[in-house]
Design a protein around this ligand. Structure first.
Ligand SMILES: CC(C)(COP(=O)(O)OP(=O)(O)OC[C@H]1O[C@@H](n2cnc3c(N)ncnc32)[C@H](O)[C@@H]1OP(=O)(O)O)[C@@H](O)C(=O)NCCC(=O)NCCS
Length: 190
């Protein structure tokens, strides 16, 4: 079966939000993966839908920017991915993932992580992250913490806390030594 994957528009938002409530429950925003989206915008060009005359939106996916570890290594968070209960097991989820991942790679993104069922996401090449390599800003089941390298070796050297880029920037700014204060810092006890 083939599907037409389209860019999501603002007009799709209410239907997509309804689909996400249906798929993950109305308490979905309490999940740790939502802490990684707070204050961010989904990556432009990577919010995709498959429209459907019957149910409105048959499936939707989006990708979000992340910064990992001390260096703020860039990565993408895949999700949420949801397929309407009346359209599941038709290949829609995989079609959305394949298109999204192909677009992300073409845009130069190298690393994608997600929180989800490994038996399903393995179909798109995801595997479990090495235990304790990355930390989430909230509770997380390590068996559901997965990654995919869009470029071989992209995970090498990446470690530490996963944050939305604006929170990484705030953290870095808080720890930065103000310009001109370097000497004073060294002479603090003089
Ligand atoms: C998970 C989800 C995105 C899959 O989308 P889909 O379009 O129905 O899936 P596809 O058609 O691409 O793939 C179907 C195959 O994946 C399997 N599959 C679906 N969900 C799965 C899961 N959570 N774990 C393992 N396998 C799964 C199906 O059994 C089917 O297997 P088959 O090809 O051997 O028959 C969709 O079911 C959904 O939105 N579910 C609600 C949210 C949810 O449960 N998420 C859990 C994953 S994080």
């Amino acid at each position: 079966m083939t599907f037409t994957v389209a860019n999501a528009t603002a007009a799709d938002t209410p239907t997509v939000e309804h689909l996400l409530d249906l798929s993950f429950g109305i308490d979905r925003r309490t999940k740790t993966s939502y802490r990684l989206r707070e204050g961010s915008h989904a990556v432009a060009g990577l919010s995709l839908v498959i429209r459907d005359g019957g149910v409105g939106i048959a499936g939707a996916i989006s990708f979000w920017p992340l910064a990992i570890g001390e260096e703020g290594a860039p990565a993408l968070l895949l999700g949420p991915l949801a397929v309407h209960p009346q359209r599941q097991n038709l290949g829609i989820g995989l079609a959305l993932m394949h298109e999204g991942l192909a677009r992300a790679k073409a845009m130069g993104h190298r690393l994608v992580i997600l929180v989800g069922d490994e038996p399903y996401y393995a179909r798109a090449g995801f595997t479990k992250l090495p235990r304790d390599l990355l930390q989430m800003p909230g509770p997380n089941n390590p068996d559901r913490f997965l990654y995919l390298e869009l470029e071989p070796g992209a995970l090498a050297g990446v470690a530490g806390m996963v944050l939305p880029p604006h929170r990484f920037a705030e953290k870095s700014a808080a720890f930065a030594i103000p310009h001109g204060a370097e000497g004073k810092e060294q002479c603090a006890e003089a």
